[in-house]
Every structure is written in structure tokens, then in C-alpha cells.
Design a protein. Structure first.
Length: 598
């Protein structure tokens, strides 16, 4: 399976062609100065490389030129491409997984351009050019923000009026997701363990820079924020500054666009050193006695070390600190300075290893920590494009593909975490009269979505905070929990089909405007499969049937008493709760097998 990964910027097209059966890189290159009078093309096919001019008056023309080059050297024709993976910077809260391109996906990318105005419009232009140039290939978007899509509210919420988040999505999103994801996977492989067993602090240090706290393979905090401007000192970006700076400059007469340019294009290493945005130039200037360049490096390292220490506190320690990017891979000075004083974390560098480090491309990892160190310091050559290609392959040929193209007797899994369906009256009591719940992201069933708002559940023995609300509103409030949740709350919740809540126990719900005590409505949801009538015909079942579903893998087994629910408004999905999912090691990317009617 051949996959092309492209990253379209405002004036460039970067591309990598992979044979995914072996993950071999067949070709790579970049078209620069797209739209100018003299665009250029640098390329590599196998061991051969070259450069030259190319017709690239537009992104579409540049992509046509790339495909003509590839079909003359490594592809028989364009139809050999199974898929195109697009790097998209911002997917917001709605696109937290790789997505096959649709009109709705493009709408969300366009909507998220408010947070990434320099990137998303160019990414979208690349998508539309590829759709026209390669109509037979599946087009898949992979988002820089997606790896951070499950950040906990305490990490993504800004301490500003909460309405700005609820109404406008103002929150931390995080970026460099494919790189942090690749670092975590490479570190786990090198340390010969599963990512779920590791606490990692990953540092992507280049022209753009960010740090990520990864616990059990998941991002739990990251330095970039609503936009890529927040966090570390970068090549031309300021990173963290007092938010009042923009107000002070505006009151002095600086226009908003000028402030934007200053913070994003004229700050960082460039603004501090007055020399360059390239760290290598700044290092040379510092070594030559330039005091501003020395200060720039000191500020860069101080900010980095501060974030590493903060994330060690967030994680409760770290098994490894991982460096990548042009600076992270190549600057022994930065690694040494960033790790200085971190002995309390178990960090100790081997000076010789650090100075002589040459991480190998294609998954190479070098350990530069001393043999006795409790926490490892690893240097990885990141491969964001390969990560994107893997995500594309998984999307079109792996478990996630079942959501859009079910074949045979496969049934995709939807893990139903604890959640609440509210009535109109209870929504008003919890959030204020006439309050309209805001969409955070859609769920698998059409017309339903997870809301930005949450409620707290208060039971006789305990409480659970920030429980998800699923819209639309219902006639009666219903609370769905797993058995483990019910035990913690002190409620003997019965196993029931959704909607059948007569005679069930009640609970107290707490929202920002008050509390509501319902006298019934708490259930353990009966495991069930939503399906369209066409699926029911194919599976030879009807609404209300009980069936068996087989789970393969390292926790193989059979789920019995699975209720069939058929409606023209449903899409195929097996709904199980978190206890059931954990018992069988299932997640939202899993697929099960229909095993017959009971």
C-alpha cells in the first residue's frame, strides 16, 4: 500500500511517499516559492537526489508537477496511490482523530483557521488540490492537535470567564502532535516496554518548540496553547509573555496585526539575539562573545528546564526525557543545560555520550544518560511524516476504517464513558434558563454530540466531577455509569436499556447555576449495537434481538446478551461501558466480530 504524505504551507509543498508494507521511504522532496516566478524543487528517490525548477504557479500546479516527477521515477501511474495523508495544524475539539476528508471535515478545518490563520487555510488548499489531482486516492487529514485531544480539563482550561470556552472554544489545544506521538513510541520501543507503563517528558525543539507530559501513552499537558505561540522560546515566536503586553502595545498605538507580527515573526531567538532565528547562528554568535546571543540561549534553556520540572511534578516523576528536532537532536549544549540541576528527578547525563550523540534517522534512539541514572535521557530523530502515514494506513485499512466502510461481519466499538442526558427543565436549573448546550465534538451516532459543559454527580457515598453531557435534550434526565462508578457513588444501579428508567435510583447533579436531585434515572446501560436497517438485513437480525459478539486479541472472549437496536438514524456501532472495554482491552479504534443470534 503506497501512501503520499503532504504538508502544504503558504508557499511550499513538502511530500514523502511510503510503501507501507515495509514502511520504506520511496521518495521525498519539497517545492518552495510556490506562486512565485521561480519555484524550485528539491527531491530524493532512493539514493538519488537532485533539484531544479518546477511549474508551480499554484498549489495544484505544484502538486501536478510532483506527481509527474513521481510517475516518471517510482510510480507506474497515479492510481497506485492508495491514500494521501495531509498534515493539518488545527482540528479543534471536533477532530481529535485522523479523519477521511469530507465536506464536514473541511468545514471544521476552515472554522479552526481562527486559531491557526497561517496554517489551516494553506492546509485546506493542499487538501482541495490533492482531491482534484488524485481523485482515486482516499484523502485523510491528520491533525497536530489530535494527540492532545484528551487533555484533562484542568490542563486545557484557561482561568478566564468560562463562557469564552463554552461559547467560543477558547482553551489549550497543543501542537506538534505527530512528533510527540513518535517520540513516545520510539522511547517505549527503545526501553522495551509498552507506552502504557511510561511517564515521559518529550521535547520538540526546533524553529517551533514545545514540551509534552505523556502518561501511559497519552498527552496530559503540553506547552503550546490555543495557538502555537504559547510556551517555549522559539525561532521567531515569543512563547510565554504577560498577556497584558498586547494591551500595553495597543495602548501605545501598535495595531493588532503589527502586534501579531511582532510576537510571531520578530520575537523568540531572533528578537532576543538580534542575530538570527536559527539556533546554530545564535550559538556561533554567543561563542564569539555576543552578549545578546548568550542571553537568548540562557532564556531558551531556562524556559525549557522550567517546563521539564513542571511536567515532572504533573507526572509525579519521569521515566525518560526525550529530545528531538533540529535543536534537540543536534545541540549537546542545550541538552546539558536543560538537564542541569535535575538530579532530584534521577537525571544524570553521560558527558561523552551527550557530546558525541548522533541519533540515527529512521527510528534511531541514543541514550545520553549515565549508566546509574534513574531516569533516561534519550535523543530521537523524529519522523512526523512516518507517523502521519501510519495513522493514514490505520484509518483506511485498520480498525477505524470500519466506521465508514464496514465489510463482512465486523462491528466497530464505541466505548461509552459515564455520561448524562438532560431534560430541558434540568438543563435550565443547572446552567440557566434557556441555556443552549455547546458542541465539543460529535459522537458516533448522527445528530448527537458531547457538550463543552459538564456536570458533577453526587451520590450517597461519593461524587464524580466533570461528567460529560450528550446532546440532544431528552424528555427525562438519564445518567449512564459503569458498575465501578456506581460502587464509588454508593448507588445500586440496575442494568437497563437506554430510556427505560422507571424504578431506577436517583442522584444529585450539580452545575454552575445550581443542583438538581432526580428521584430516578441512573442505569448501567445494557450493551447494545446501533445499526441501520441495511445493516440489519446484512446481519440477518431485527430490532430487539440478542446476539453474541466475539472479541479477538490478547483478551479474547465473547460478549453475550448484546441488544440490537435498529433505526434509519443509526450508524453501526457496538456500545459498551468502560468496565467492559477494559476487561477486553477494547477502545474506540477496536473492531469486534458478529458471532450470531442467541
Amino acid at each position: 500500500m503506497k501512501i503520499l504524505v503532504i504538508n502544504v504551507g503558504s508557499t511550499s509543498i513538502k511530500y514523502h511517499l511510503y510503501e507501507m508494507d515495509t514502511e520504506a521511504t520511496l521518495a521525498s522532496g519539497v517545492v518552495e516559492r510556490v506562486g512565485s516566478e521561480a519555484p524550485s524543487h528539491r527531491w530524493r528517490i532512493g539514493d538519488q537526489k537532485g533539484e531544479g525548477g518546477i511549474a508551480a504557479a499554484t498549489v495544484r500546479a505544484g502538486l501536478d508537477g510532483v506527481m509527474a516527477h513521481l510517475t516518471s521515477g517510482v510510480l507506474a501511474d497515479r492510481k497506485q496511490l492508495r491514500a494521501v495523508g495531509h498534515r493539518v495544524v488545527h482540528g479543534g475539539e471536533k477532530l481529535i482523530h485522523p479523519a477521511v476528508i469530507s465536506d464536514e471535515v473541511k468545514r471544521v478545518i476552515r472554522e479552526c483557521a481562527q486559531f491557526a490563520p497561517l496554517h489551516n487555510p494553506a492546509n485546506l488548499e493542499g487538501i482541495e488540490a490533492a482531491q482534484a489531482c488524485l481523485p482515486d486516492a482516499v484523502q485523510v487529514a491528520v491533525f497536530d492537535t489530535a494527540f492532545h485531544g484528551d487533555l484533562p480539563p484542568r490542563a486545557f482550561t484557561y482561568a478566564i470567564p468560562h463562557e469564552l470556552y463554552v461559547d467560543g472554544g477558547v482553551r489549550r489545544y497543543g501542537f506538534h502532535g505527530p512528533s510527540h506521538q513518535y517520540m513516545a513510541a520510539a522511547a517505549a520501543e527503545f526501553l522495551r516496554t509498552d507506552p502504557s507503563r511510561l511517564k515521559l517528558i518529550t521535547c520538540h525543539l526546533g524553529g517551533g518548540a514545545s514540551v509534552c507530559a505523556i502518561d501511559g501513552g497519552k498527552s496530559v499537558d503540553t506547552s503550546m496553547g490555543m495557538t502555537p505561540l504559547e510556551g517555549l522560546v522559539m525561532g521567531t515566536r515569543s512563547g510565554d509573555v504577560d498577556p497584558a503586553l498586547a494591551l500595553v502595545l495597543a495602548r501605545r498605538g501598535m495595531a493588532p496585526d503589527a502586534i501579531d507580527q511582532m510576537l510571531n515573526r520578530k520575537s523568540g531567538l531572533l528578537g532576543l539575539s538580534g542575530v538570527s532565528s536559527d539556533f546554530r547562528d545564535v550559538e556561533r554568535a554567543a561563542d564569539g562573545g555576543n552578549d545578546r546571543a548568550k542571553l537568548a540561549i540562557e532564556v531558551f534553556v531556562h524556559r525549557l528546564r522550567k517546563y521539564i520540572g513542571a511536567y515532572a511534578a504533573v507526572l509525579g516523576g519521569a521515566d525518560a526525557i526525550v529530545f528531538t528536532g533540529g535543536i534537540g537532536e543536534n545541540s549537546a549544549r542545550v541538552r546539558a543545560a536543560a538537564c542541569e540541576g535535575l538530579l532530584f528527578m534521577g537525571v544524570s547525563l553521560d558527558e561523552g555520550q551527550n557530546q558525541g550523540c548522533r541519533a540515527r534517522a529512521g527510528g534511531g534512539v541514543v541514550d545520553v544518560s549515565s549508566r546509574s541514572a534513574r531516569a533516561r535521557v534519550l535523543v530521537v530523530v523524529t519522523d512526523e511524516e512516518r507517523t502521519i502515514a501510519r495513522e493514514v494506513a490505520r484509518t483506511i485499512a485498520g480498525p477505524t476504517a470500519a466506521r465508514t466502510r464496514i465489510g463482512g461481519a465486523s462491528v466497530p466499538v464505541g466505548v461509552s464513558v459515564r455520561h448524562v442526558h438532560l431534560s430541558r427543565a434540568d438543563c435550565d436549573a443547572l446552567f440557566g434558563a434557556g441555556h443552549e448546550l455547546a458542541e465539543r465534538r460529535p459522537v458516533s451516532q448522527p445528530g448527537q454530540f458531547v457538550c463543552r459543559e459538564t456536570v458533577d454527580l453526587i451520590g450517597p457515598k461519593g461524587e464524580i466531577q466533570r461528567v460529560a453531557i450528550i446532546n440532544p435534550l431528552r424528555a427525562e434526565t438519564q445518567v449512564e455509569v459503569a458498575r465501578t462508578d456506581a460502587i464509588g457513588l454508593g448507588i445500586d444501579a440496575p442494568l437497563r436499556e437506554s430510556g427505560k428508567i422507571a424504578g431506577t435510583p436517583g442522584i444529585t447533579l450539580r452545575g454552575p447555576c445550581g443542583t438538581v436531585a432526580i428521584d430516578h434515572g441512573v442505569i448501567l446501560a445494557h450493551r447494545h449495537v446501533h445499526m441501520h436497517p441495511d445493516d440489519a438485513t446484512r446481519f440477518v437480525v431485527k430490532d430487539g434481538d440478542l446476539v453474541r459478539v466475539r472479541v479477538d486479541g490478547d483478551r479474547e472472549g465473547v460478549l453475550g446478551d448484546v441488544l440490537i437496536r435498529v433505526s434509519a438514524k443509526y450508524t453501526l456501532d457496538l456500545h459498551i461501558d468502560t468496565d467492559e472495554a477494559n476487561a477486553f482491552r477494547l477502545n474506540n479504534d477496536s473492531v469486534t466480530t458478529f458471532d450470531g443470534v442467541q
